[in-house]
Design a protein around this ligand. Structure first.
Ligand SMILES: [Fe+2]
Ligand SMILES: [Fe+2]
Length: 323
């Protein structure tokens, strides 16, 4: 494959540690249950120090761009959103980092609070994306956004919606699903490598209804018809590779562990990591190599974990969501 390779770092679900309590003014049943879950279960498993170490390792490898696929925080609180904004600002500018929200970022309804709009610099279409057409801005909340990185186009979807207690589901909604086909089609005609970012696993079979994407079947049919070269997601906190047959070939769907998972306490078994994704060539015949880096063992150093060639179907693993 010729041309200059483009390297994208992908991390997800850092669940940056909560430093304050749960303010009374934001008290709801969902947040109270979430706060108890954080205090007694998640706090011991997620580590901000590990996230910092992974970020330092990413910077050493000098990727062209970083994609963060949601669940930056835990209860969607304004204080957490502010802290995550500062974390993003320290990580890089909106030109260097792309973010999509997860269900823990858009957690419950707010009145008069900008919520994840605080991260808008990291979620806006770039000049190329804005020129692509009116469909880009037709999506709810400015999604899908499109950003061009050389021969690669990032397509950012927002699957975060407020949900009741015990529900971690997501939804794209009609506007995003209507806008996505023409975006994928136009990018294909331009010969770009289409990388879709979504927090929830895109296929219905990848997780339970309570945790899954409500309109997964509609998204699957769009992907089957219009194709994509890669889909990146988080949410399940596991490393999975699933293939979806589309009209233009098989689409690798790559799920990644939480960047903050420092112990096996949650029973998930996937320790913190990020992926360096190396794209060579253009369009549907591009080369895609994925290098995983992170913890091989609890308390260990950041090391190379695996290397996979996604240029063709070379393995098939079933995605299993933790309950
Ligand atoms: Fe998560
Ligand atoms: Fe999630």
């Amino acid at each position: 494959m010729g041309g200059t390779p483009l390297i994208l770092a992908h991390l997800s679900d850092p669940h940056l540690p909560m430093t304050g309590g749960l303010p009374l003014r934001h008290l709801t049943l969902k947040r109270t249950l979430g706060y108890l879950n954080w205090q007694f279960r998640r706090k011991g498993a997620f580590s901000g120090t590990l996230v910092d170490r992974l970020i330092a390792d990413i910077k050493e490898h000098e990727p062209d761009h970083v994609a963060v696929t949601g669940d930056l925080i835990n209860l969607g609180l304004p204080e957490e959103l502010e802290a995550a904004t500062q974390w993003l600002n320290a990580l890089g500018s909106g030109d260097e980092i792309s973010v999509i929200p997860g269900n823990h970022d858009i957690y419950a309804r707010f009145h008069r609070d900008p919520g994840v709009m605080r991260w808008r610099d990291y979620m806006l279409s770039d000049a190329f994306g804005c020129q692509l057409g009116s469909d880009i801005t037709a999506g709810a909340f400015g999604f899908p956004f499109v950003r061009r990185l050389g021969q690669v186009a990032l397509i950012g979807l927002n699957s975060g919606v407020p949900t009741p207690p015990f529900v971690a589901a997501g939804a794209l909604g009609e506007a995003q699903l209507l806008g996505l086909p023409s975006v994928l089609q136009k990018l294909r005609e331009l010969g770009l490598v289409r990388v879709v970012l979504i927090h929830h696993p895109p296929l219905a079979r990848q997780t339970s209804r309570r945790r899954g994407l409500r309109d997964a079947e509609a998204l699957e049919s769009v992907l089957k018809q219009h194709g994509a070269e890669l889909v990146l997601h988080g949410h399940n906190h596991t490393n999975t590779l699933t293939w979806l047959q589309s009209q233009s070939g098989e689409i690798p769907i790559l799920g990644i562990a939480s960047a903050g998972m420092a112990s096996a306490a949650e029973g998930v078994g996937a320790l913190g990591r990020y992926n360096l994704i190396r794209f060579t060539g253009e369009g549907e015949r591009c080369g895609i190599e994925v290098i995983g880096r992170g913890l091989a063992e609890v308390g260990g150093p950041i090391v190379e974990l695996d290397r996979r060639d996604l240029t063709r179907k070379d393995e098939l693993t079933a995605a299993v969501a933790p309950e």
